[in-house]
Design a binder for this molecule. Structure first.
Ligand code: CA2
Length: 143
């Protein structure tokens, strides 16, 4: 099984500021957790981060026929991007949405998720462990 982890804008800045919201872990810590989870699960996991909506759409399109599942944290594009929602629908790959923070208890504009309308599951407020949980979910269901 092959999974693709996609992270949106500013996730590469994790740990630098706002530890009260996003925790103390850095983006390097997140990549290390993904690597550890892939070794434990015995599956190939690639990762991609971009600050650009179109690059994320291109990456989702390129995943067609190449990956069995997508774990996506669209970051701020969560709340604005119909393009990312449409790309997920177009490729029709099983997907799980992850949010490091508990978006439900934050500002009203964070209560809407366009990509989440396609994703079969959303994990929020679990810190970076949410990515591990999403990977385990996809492996148990589709691996
Ligand atoms: O909780 C999440 O995972 C979010 O997707 C993170 C996004 C935010 O826009 C979403 O509403 C929820 C923000 C990404 C990281 O932003 C940083 C802000 C300050 C310092 C470091 C990263």
């Amino acid at each position: 099984m092959k999974l693709l982890v996609i992270n949106g804008p500013n996730i590469n800045m994790l740990g630098i500021r706002e530890p009260g919201i996003y925790g103390k872990n850095s983006y390097a810590d997140l990549l290390a957790l993904i690597e550890k989870t892939s070794l434990e699960a015995g599956i190939q996991i690639d990762h991609f981060q971009s600050n650009h909506e179109g690059a994320i759409v291109d990456t989702i399109q390129a995943a067609y026929g190449a990956y069995d599942g997508i774990v996506i944290n669209p970051a701020a594009y969560t709340h604005t991007s119909v393009a990312i929602l449409d790309a997920l629908k177009a490729v029709s790959i099983p997907a799980v949405e992850v949010h490091i923070s508990d978006v439900d208890s934050r500002e009203a504009f964070r209560q809407v998720s366009y990509p989440g309308m396609y994703c079969e599951k959303t994990i929020k407020g679990q810190g970076i462990d949410g990515y591990r949980q999403a990977i385990v979910y996809l492996q148990e269901k589709y691996g």
